[in-house]
Design a protein around this ligand. Structure first.
Ligand SMILES: *[C@@H]1O[C@H](CO)[C@@H](O)[C@H](O)[C@H]1NC(C)=O
Ligand SMILES: *[C@@H]1O[C@H](CO)[C@@H](O)[C@H](O)[C@H]1NC(C)=O
Ligand SMILES: *[C@@H]1O[C@H](CO)[C@@H](O)[C@H](O)[C@H]1NC(C)=O
Length: 206
């Protein structure tokens, strides 16, 4: 009895330690130096990102996001932070997506945006944000943004709690990644023609 509970206690401890380790490596490992080793011979220019000059430059009638993650801004390596600039022309949206490695702090710089998120219990939260408002999308949760205005543009700036938060776009991942049509038709309870319609926008361009 005593032996069993000790063994169980040990197992429980091992599980807790594994969970703590998993939580720790789910974000950027902490640096023990001022900045990443690759930056040691760098100049001020290496700590500067100029790719947002002139804005996100979305084409008229479209939505565009310029991501400033560690791949485009190597100085972010190990610093647990990154950013994005988002531009929404009237009546455009950012499709439902997930950032698996970063919480997103979303700041509306211009216009008004309707945002929504869904938690892991399936609860839907939505809000209409005005210029100057902040909204937080917790790490790993499904979310989207919509510019409901038919006349005014909207611009937002986001910061992320990771240098490489990554983006999983739900429509493109589901309908453009090559998951067998039979699996999707069954999952969505639709017939082949309805599925073909969902997949069409993501078909490889000729
Ligand atoms: C720093 O900038 C220079 C000039 O653009 C570039 O050649 C170099 O690779 C950069 N170093 C790092 C660590 O990004
Ligand atoms: C920095 O430059 C020195 C001399 O040019 C070189 O020996 C060293 O390896 C470089 N360090 C890094 C991290 O690139
Ligand atoms: C939330 O979404 C519903 C539609 O599902 C909409 O009618 C409502 O206005 C939205 N609320 C906010 C605060 O944007």
């Amino acid at each position: 009895m005593g032996t069993t509970s000790t063994a169980e206690g040990g197992l429980l401890m091992a599980v807790v330690i594994m969970q703590l380790l998993a939580a720790a490596i789910a974000s950027d490992p902490e640096l023990t130096t001022d900045f990443a080793t690759i930056m040691h011979n760098a100049s001020a220019d290496n700590f500067t990102f100029t790719g947002l000059r002139g804005g996100a430059k979305a084409r008229p009638g479209s939505f565009k996001t310029v991501r400033v993650f560690v791949d485009s801004f190597p100085a972010l390596e190990g610093l647990g932070i990154s950013a994005a600039l988002l531009e929404f022309h009237p009546s455009t949206h950012s499709a439902p997506h997930i950032h698996p490695r970063g919480t997103e702090l979303f700041y509306v710089m211009e216009g008004s945006l309707m945002v929504g998120l869904v938690d892991t219990a399936g609860h839907f939260f939505n809000q209409t944000l005005q210029t100057g408002d902040l909204f937080v999308f917790p790490k790993g949760l499904l979310h989207f943004e919509v510019n409901p205005s038919t006349a005014q543009k909207a611009v937002a700036f986001s910061s992320f709690s990771g240098s490489n938060p990554a983006t999983i776009s739900i429509p493109a991942t589901l309908f453009g990644s090559g998951i067998p049509p039979a699996v999707l038709a069954q999952a969505f309870h639709v017939d082949d023609s309805a599925l073909a319609q969902l997949q069409a926008p993501f078909a490889p361009r000729q």
